[in-house]
Design a protein around this ligand. Sequence first.
Ligand code: ZN
Ligand code: ZN
Ligand code: ZN
Length: 322
Amino acid sequence: MMVELRRDPVVERWITIPRERAIDIDSLFSIEEASPNDPCPFCRDQNDEKEIDSIRDAQGHWVTRVFADLRPILRVEGTLSRGAKGIYDRMNGIGAHEIVIETPEHALSWATMDSRQLSLVLRTYRQRSLDLRRDQRLRALFIVKNHGGMASHFQHPHSHIVALPIVPLSLIEEIEGGEKHYAYKERCVWCDIREQEMNDPERTVYLDDRYLVVAPFASRFPFELLVLPLQHHADFASAGNDDLDMLGRCLRSTCEMIQRRLRDASLSIVFHSAPFQNPPEHSFHWHIEIRPAISKLAGFEWGTGFYTNPIPPEIAAAHLRG
Ligand SMILES: [Zn+2]
Ligand SMILES: [Zn+2]
Ligand SMILES: [Zn+2]
């Protein structure tokens, strides 16, 4: 399906709209569920020609691999064309949408995967980020990991990489917030959060030499978590192999904690890293946001942007620590 991107004329929000006009309305109401009897599309030995990237072991067998999504939200082919009609801006749906198959083993998760394997998954993300940024049309890259029935169709461990020709609102808000704090204090706001949380570990659920995991002070969702590198870097892809080994351990412990203490709740994990062009090096600090899908987000919160979280983050952190 071809899409175009449209900018909301009031706020800096880009959305995708299908280009086709012949849309099957009925299909919107039938949710596609992968049946447990269907063969897993990620287990099958996939056509190597379609593989975009991979990490292989000494015998040449893949340990992680990357394919274009079969039903991408954006496509990499074509030229980027921006246009405006009156006050409305639009552009065609250029971008990259890739699937990372995280392991050949079907039944693992980030809570049960070897942290070494998780580190290789993280190296695959870094490899893709460094490759995709060479495409001048692309501005921002997101890594999205969904786990569990409420978040994902497929059980086989996989994640999405989406590179966009625009910087979406959620990231713009963070960049602007970081810049304001920096202009006022000449310090990165995430570095300040790190200092404060390390002085008062009430909301901390994990800490090692390189990463801190906290339930954020103003958590929007129950058991929302923030993974913050202790060292300041705007760009996730600047992490070295040692960093990613440690991050693998950190994420494995955190996901294991969620599995154990939150009844293996479905999860969404998103990596927030600086945009490729004119990155705000000093005022942005890359991080990971984790949201257990315990309750579906209520219509009120979607509609108003005003969140009502029933679990104080201090209680959430204490519960996760156990
Ligand atoms: Zn599988
Ligand atoms: Zn920082
Ligand atoms: Zn963020």
